[in-house]
Each structure stands twice: as structure tokens, then as C-alpha cells.
Design a protein around this ligand. Structure first.
Ligand SMILES: [Zn+2]
Ligand SMILES: [Zn+2]
Length: 223
């Protein structure tokens, strides 16, 4: 999957003004992930082993795989997994923590809910995107200024991605923090006016602020 650098982040910021740029990036990158999966990875032993070791995709990513409509690919991944899951049902006992290299099936049997390969990939994309944003957005170079300009002309990060940025980076660019603060003030103000208008029986403008509130709170990734 493509390496995320300054240019990727800048392109995404410039291309998306109607939603969280990182959510939009993830949507596109996930689409490409499924394309690669269906056209090349699915038949390889390496991917099948990793898929088995993760005990398949999480529910969301399994559903999205299903939406791609590729019956052969789904069968190739999930039919062997069914065999293993049935076998795991009848196994008893604790995992052998001392065995140095566990087989993919053994790993899959004990895989946690966070083992999904695509969820892991998403976390890497998020860390890399946000890291680039902070690193390049913190310096007064032409690149840094271009990033700031593109960011502040856009929608800003959704709340979950902004929270992730704040928890991963103790210092974020001042302009970015200011932009996000203003965004939150504006969204809260618009919802307040909307509720006041409803209460007073005034006609409410279209463009429902509550929809924007929900998109901001939960992200603008579709599906
Ligand atoms: Zn987002
Ligand atoms: Zn997942």
C-alpha cells in the first residue's frame, strides 16, 4: 500500500472540503486494499495464513468484503476458516505460551477482536497521516504553509480523528488547534440556534445542523 508522505496529505486536504480529510483518505485507501486483495493477494499462501492468524476480518470489514460481490474470493478465505473455527470449537485447554512459533491456525484460535488485518492497516494509515500533518504543519516552510492553507480551507478533522491526533501528539500546531476549536464552537452554535428556532416555532433553514453535528462526532467515513 502506498507510503503516506507530505504530498499525499496535501493532495487529500486539497481534494476534500466537505468532510474529514482522514476519513476520506481511509475510504479511498480501503477501496484500494480490497482491490489488491481480490486481484492478487487472495490466492497467495502468505495472505491466507495472515487471514487465518487474525481469525478473519472484523464484522465491518467482512461485510464490506461481501459488498464487493466476489464469491470466489470470499469462499477461498472463509471456507478454510470455517474448517478451523469448527475445529477450535472442540479444542480445550490454554494456549501454549512457551512455544516459540505458533502456527497461523493456533494464532487465529486465540486472536483478539483487534486482530483484523484491515483494522490494523487503518491504524497504521491514521498514525502516518496524522504524524505527517503534525510534523509538516509545525514548520514555517513553504510546505508547512501549503498544508496549513489547505487544511484551514477545508472541513477539518472529525472529532474521533482530532482526539486521536491530540492523544498521539503532545504538541500540535497552534493554527490547527485554533481551527478545530472554532469548528467546535461553530457547530455547537449552529445546533443551539437550530433548537432555539424550533422552540420558537420559527422556520428552520435547510442543511440540518444536527446532521453536521453527527458527522463531526462520528466521522465522515461511509459504511
Ligand atoms: Zn475522520
Ligand atoms: Zn476490521
Amino acid at each position: 500500500m502506498a507510503h503516506i508522505d507530505f504530498h499525499v496529505v496535501l493532495d487529500v486536504l486539497q481534494a476534500h472540503h466537505d468532510g474529514c480529510p482522514l476519513c476520506r483518505f481511509l475510504g479511498t485507501a480501503e477501496g484500494q486494499y480490497y482491490q489488491s486483495l481480490l486481484y492478487s493477494w487472495v490466492g497467495t499462501e502468505g495472505f491466507q495464513d495472515r487471514f487465518l492468524a487474525a481469525n478473519g476480518f472484523c464484522r465491518t470489514h467482512a461485510r464490506r468484503l461481501g459488498e464487493c460481490g466476489d464469491g470466489v474470493a470470499v469462499s477461498m478465505l472463509y471456507a478454510p476458516l470455517l474448517v478451523h473455527r469448527r475445529r477450535w470449537l472442540s479444542l480445550r485447554g490454554r494456549r501454549n505460551l512457551f512455544r516459540r512459533r505458533r502456527s497461523p491456525a493456533d494464532q487465529g484460535r486465540h486472536a483478539g477482536t483487534d486482530a483484523c488485518l484491515l483494522c490494523k492497516q487503518r491504524r497504521q494509515w491514521e498514525e502516518s497521516f496524522l504524524g505527517n500533518l503534525v510534523r509538516h504543519g509545525s514548520v514555517q516552510t513553504p510546505e508547512g504553509q501549503a498544508l496549513q492553507q489547505a487544511y484551514t480551507a477545508g472541513w477539518g478533522l472529525c472529532f474521533p480523528h482530532y482526539r486521536q491526533l491530540r492523544s498521539a501528539h503532545p504538541t500540535v500546531p497552534h493554527w490547527l488547534q485554533q481551527f478545530q476549536d472554532t469548528r467546535m464552537d461553530d457547530i455547537a452554535g449552529e445546533v443551539e440556534s437550530y433548537l432555539a428556532a424550533l422552540q420558537e416555532g420559527r422556520r428552520v433553514e435547510s442543511g440540518a445542523p444536527w446532521k453536521e453535528l453527527l458527522r463531526f462526532m462520528e466521522g465522515t467515513d461511509q459504511g
